[in-house]
Ligand binder design. Structure first.
Ligand code: AMP
Length: 500
């Protein structure tokens, strides 16, 4: 089942379960210190995942490593554990800052990922005298300066804020002996290359460097060739492979019905912990508002939210106070949520690789997961790109011998409710419906009668707003059913395309 190809500069592990700990290998086999093993025991970790099993011994040997592994495969411990082990030789209980120079630097693209890596490192090093600190932008710099000045061996940072500290002389990188670039592909996507170059110029030439990336593009290989010294490439699973333990389904839903479809799916599946991905900040906010209106505990996280708001939403989600987190790709990157059972894409991502990252949020550590995507006609090209990237055909395609990775299904029982606006809803007998009647109608449509043909045809007619409610410039287009269905969306379109 698991195939390992080993060459002087390549370890390639092809495995079905890339996040599943390997039962016949133990962390104790790597010669890690008792203090680290005890901390791992506290986490309940005994056996390493494939990336950990491949990376830990090589990093301990001092090799530079280029790790290509999916999110959720345990790569953080794959670099953190040997890093802590190697730094233990320098651990000091002295209070003097001079005895705690920065010896390891971990760069991450986002604040959330920096925070999560820092949490992991704190947990793994808690029985050692090593100190670590996380620095990222969007929050007050003063406490970070204070922490850096007391002396820390491990700094976890986003590139921009680290350069702020360099400028303020609150950090000295001249003794860094280990550098980790985590989610390097995302750092390139986010335009951090110049910042990375500036930071690397501040580091000693003689150092160990590790680079991790979920995808393994030409640019990433070029970056690796520039910054790594005779690197060992460790590949776990196929680059851009989606985990086989994640069931991927696709529902074709008209663009204007997608919000309702999401709330339908959440209700029908009784989902209590789900991330919904939106391509835009405005889309994320609108969906969260819609879900809250329908009684779902939802919150949106995106680039317009403050760091404190994003962290609060994430914490509430982890504790179950929020059931649905609606996120843009940037905001969701690196979120560490164990055993998320389901992710939903209300939009297919513009960048096919983001699809892999999104669905990597579920099915972590070998657990089963569901990835549900909504798709409208205009998304055909995006879907093609995704299918090309992840391999496998899609159901219904001619000549497709391959097992489809993304299965196209009909969303049984879903009937869009845009036609049943409370103020206009009338039964076929002309009786005014109360909002309670409307709700009951909706329930009936959702639950008891999955066949649209048994629904009063009135409900299947396009919504026709009253002429008097239209602004003058819209009256002329009132005959077009498309325009008349979506008077509100015009304002959003006038705002232009919003990038998250
Ligand atoms: P990562 O890919 O580093 O974000 O890790 C994914 C998830 O797997 C995190 O929730 C880790 O805490 C968890 N994890 C990492 N290593 C192990 C392990 N050896 N055994 C079980 N769970 C692990």
């Amino acid at each position: 089942m698991t195939q390992i190809k080993s060459e002087p500069n390549l370890i390639s592990v092809t495995t079905l379960l890339d996040a599943e700990p390997i039962a016949d290998v133990c962390f104790a086999d790597f010669g890690l210190s008792e203090d680290i093993l005890r901390a791992l025991g506290d986490q309940g970790y005994v056996h390493p995942t494939p990336i950990q099993a491949a990376a830990i011994p090589m990093v301990l040997k001092g090799r530079d490593v280029m790790g290509a592994a999916q999110t959720g495969t345990g790569k953080t411990a794959g670099f953190s554990l040997p890093m802590i082990q190697l730094l233990l030789a320098h651990a000091s209980t002295s209070a003097s800052p001079a005895r705690h120079p920065v010896r390891a630097l971990i760069l991450t693209p986002t604040r959330e990922l920096a925070d999560q890596v820092a949490e992991n490192i704190k947990a793994y090093s808690k029985y050692t005298a090593l100190r670590s600190v996380v620095v990222f932008g969007g929050v007050d710099i003063a406490p970070q300066i204070g922490a850096l000045r007391t002396g820390v061996e491990i700094v976890i940072a986003t590139p921009g804020r680290l350069l702020d500290h360099v400028q303020q002389k609150s950090v000295n990188l001249s003794q860094v002996q280990m550098l980790v670039m985590d989610e390097a592909d995302r750092m390139l996507d986010m335009g951090f290359l110049p910042d990375l170059q500036r930071i690397i110029n501040l580091l000693p030439k003689s150092r160990q460097s590790l680079m991790f990336s979920a995808t393994f593009s030409h640019e990433i290989k070029k970056l690796a060739a520039t910054f790594l010294r005779n690197p060992l490439t460790i590949e776990v699973a196929r680059s851009n492979a989606t985990a086989d333990n994640v069931t991927q389904v696709l529902y074709q839903i008209a663009e204007e019905d997608k919000r309702e479809a999401v709330s339908f799916i959440i209700r029908e599946r009784n989902l209590k912990q789900v991330i919904v991905f939106s391509n835009t900040k405005i889309g994320a906010s609108r969906l969260a508002v819609h879900l809250v209106k329908t009684g779902v505990k939802a919150s949106a996280i995106h680039g317009d939210k403050s760091q404190a708001e994003r962290m609060a939403a994430l914490e509430a989600f982890k504790h179950g106070e929020i059931e649905v987190l609606v996120a843009t790709d940037v905001a969701a990157r690196g979120l560490d949520i164990a055993e998320l059972p389901c992710v939903i894409n209300i939009d297919l991502p513009y960048n096919a690789e983001d699809y892999v990252h999104r669905i990597g949020r579920t099915g972590r550590a070998g657990a089963k997961g569901d990835a549900i995507s909504l798709f409208s006609e205009k998304d055909e090209r995006l879907l093609n790109d995704i299918e090309k990237l992840i391999g496998g055909g899609s159901a219904g395609k001619e000549g497709g011998q391959k097992q489809p990775k993304i299965v196209r299904l009909h969303l049984a029982g879903f009937v869009a409710q845009k036609l049943v606006e409370p103020q206009r809803a009338r039964s076929s007998e002309g009786r005014n419906l109360s909002s309670g009647d409307v709700r009951n109608n909706r329930r009936a449509a959702f639950r008891s009668d999955p066949s649209p043909s048994r629904i009063d045809p009135w409900f299947l007619q396009p919504y026709q707003p009253a002429q008097s409610t239209l602004p003058p410039d819209e009256k002329s287009s009132a005959n077009s059913s498309k325009a008349s269905q979506k008077p509100v969306r015009r304002a959003a379109l006038l705002g232009g395309h919003i990038k998250s």
